[in-house]
Design a protein. Structure first.
Length: 158
């Protein structure tokens, strides 16, 4: 069910990028400086092809003691992208289905922003919870009716 709220209306427009040869320390410093939970990774030609998140730093570096890693080796790729015109419920479903906390948002195949789980939760915590629960339930018919009714009750007024 569509909410009428477009991803482009709630995404983070500030793109934080880092070169692929940046060290884990450079990544962490940039995340702290810009107060973000992820950075987009670009190649030598400036093309963005991956994303490094706080989770990547913890799971792929700290948890295994891999201190020599760089952005290229940590980057999650390919990017999971969605159009800025997509409905926020579609974004939340995609995040839940693919177990991702961030989506790269595009306009005409160009990256224009990042949508985080936090952006969705700020907008409507109930909507996100319902969509995640819907995914976990395996879309059981008896549960779908309850989810749709609850979704209608959580939509923001125009």
């Amino acid at each position: 069910m569509e909410t009428g709220i477009r991803v482009g209306d709630v995404m983070t427009r500030s793109l934080v990028m880092i070169k692929e040869d940046a060290s884990i320390f450079d990544i962490a410093k940039l995340m702290k400086k810009r107060a973000v939970g992820s950075v987009l990774v670009k190649d030598k030609a400036g093309k963005i092809y991956g994303i490094v998140t706080e989770r990547d730093l913890v799971w792929k570096v700290l948890a295994i003691g891999k201190t020599k890693a760089n952005a290229k080796s940590l980057a999650s790729k390919p990017l999971l992208c969605l159009s800025e015109k997509a409905d926020i419920s579609e974004a939340a479903r995609l995040m839940g289905k693919r177990n991702r906390k961030r989506l790269v948002i595009t306009r005409d195949s160009k990256i224009v922003g990042v949508l985080s789980e936090k952006d969705v939760i700020k907008l409507s915590p109930s909507l996100y919870d319902l969509i995640v629960e819907e995914q976990r339930s395996g879309f059981k018919p008896e549960y779908r009716k309850q989810v749709e009714e609850a979704r209608k009750a959580t939509l923001l007024p125009d």
